[in-house]
Design a protein around this ligand. Structure first.
Ligand SMILES: Nc1ncnc2c1ncn2[C@@H]1O[C@H](COP(=O)(O)OP(=O)(O)OP(=O)(O)O)[C@@H](O)[C@H]1O
Length: 218
């Protein structure tokens, strides 16, 4: 399994967000995790990435347990196994796109050096922007740069957090197609976490995440 959550529970200050939540992804599988605002999607991403720890249950990435590790080893596991595509680009503003990619490569202990960085920049259609600073990128270019950066360490699992909710239909289709193509080429699993219902037509495996807190209050 590239991702395995078993019986995960989590609460904030006594307010349950997840209860007995189990979820599995095979290597190379593409899944959509869909839920309304406040349903716990970001919380779940943070649990999978080891930035939060569950109250109970287990989480494993590519067969390695995230639960039970200390913070430094959780960071290490995340860097080696997971590529994250965030809503906002989060690049170092003083470095150009190539510099940011090289930095990301060092941080994850990635191989392939400058050639791999150049290949990914080219693959995402950004060859002409290789020396642009982050603020000089258009929104679409920045989004493709985020995908390129997530691929740098050859992750087992790519997690894309709300990659399309701000986009019109044509760009939504472009981004989801690009994410799926890049994940397939890299042999990575792809988890898209979103409230964007339009994506249901593009990914076969769909899992809903429900508002636990509202259920508990009802
Ligand atoms: N640090 C925190 N302390 C207390 N409650 C929190 C904390 N972070 C999030 N919450 C609450 O937990 C619930 C789930 O939040 P989360 O951010 O995981 O939802 P989400 O599905 O990602 O929402 P959105 O789509 O709006 O980003 C929300 O009701 C939120 O207000």
């Amino acid at each position: 399994m590239s991702l395995l959550l078993q019986h995960v529970a989590f609460h904030y200050a006594g307010r349950p967000i997840l209860d007995d939540f189990s979820f599995a992804m095979e290597p190379g599988e593409h899944s959509l995790l869909i839920g309304a605002s406040g349903s716990g999607k970001s919380t779940l991403v943070n649990l999978v990435c080891g930035l939060l720890t569950p109250d109970s249950g287990t989480i494993a990435i590519a067969g390695e347990s995230m639960t039970g590790l200390g913070p430094a080893r959780r960071d290490d596991l995340r860097r080696r196994r997971i590529g994250l595509v965030f809503q906002t680009l989060r690049l170092v503003s003083a470095l150009d796109l190539t510099g940011n990619m090289l930095l990301a490569q060092r941080l994850v202990g990635g191989t392939g050096g400058r050639d791999r960085v150049a290949m990914l920049i080219e693959r995402l259609g950004l060859g002409h922007r290789a020396h642009a600073l982050p603020r000089q990128l258009s929104q679409g270019e920045a989004q493709r740069a985020a995908i390129a950066r997530a691929l740098i360490g050859q992750p087992d699992l790519i997690i894309a957090d709300e990659p399309t909710s701000a986009l019109d239909h044509a760009n939504m289709e472009k981004v989801v197609t690009l994410l799926r193509e890049c994940a397939r080429e890299a042999g990575s699993s792809l988890l898209i976490v979103t409230h964007d219902d339009r994506l249901r037509d593009h990914v076969a495996s769909v899992r809903e995440i429900g508002p636990m807190a509202e259920q508990a209050a009802a």
